[in-house]
Design a protein around this ligand. Sequence first.
Ligand code: PGA
Length: 249
Amino acid sequence: MRTKIVAGNWKMNKNLQETKELLAELSAKLPDTDADVIVAPTFVNLQAAKTALQDSTIQVAAQNMHFAENGAYTGEISADMLLSLGVDVVILGHSERRSYFGEDDALLAKKVKTAIEKDMKIIFCFGEELEDRKSGNHFALVESQLKNALFDLEANAWNKIVLAYEPVWAIGTGETASPEQAQEMHAFIRKTIADAYNSSIAEGVSILYGGSVKPANAAEIFSKPDVDGGLIGGASLVATDFTDIIKAI
Ligand code: PGA
């Protein structure tokens, strides 16, 4: 059985007070679930989040990190800094990091390598732009994103990888991939991994869908056999929306 996961990517939202309030509300309303529930507040609030969730099953993730051990990288955050707070889950490759901060597959491959060396769990995001989908290039594009950043990993690293397929045209736009489009791509991703590694790795990896998941559409998307949960942006900022999405899995 693959692990089901609902992860909230808070992006650049919620100050310290708001972070504490949202986490208190989330903890109070958290439904019984088999799924792993993860939240990713901004770096400056990770420590407060860890403290607020010390008696909770909700896990805390970072939204990004640098690949280097330490050094002259002004404004950056290392794996050790995260680990020293007890944060051992990191989102890498989010489309906003790729498009606004120039993160390409080669850079992401370095970050992935560091995270694996540090024994961190990675939620690796990827997905096509609208033009790729319109031109029918979306499968090739997704395959190249996986290959370039992940397929140099040793087979045993894959138990630390969670994939998040996020078509860029569906992120924050209110437009979702249809459940059928999500299933079609997730099945393709699994086959690509089976071809590159083997079927047991492909069958074991959790593949999340992300892009305008809301309480109203979550159950249908999560009902698809190759969709193992969601990476939630906007709707993770409202406790009842996020808990309703957790109930849908
Ligand atoms: P969204 O964001 O749910 O607001 O579309 C998803 C994401 O960026 O991970």
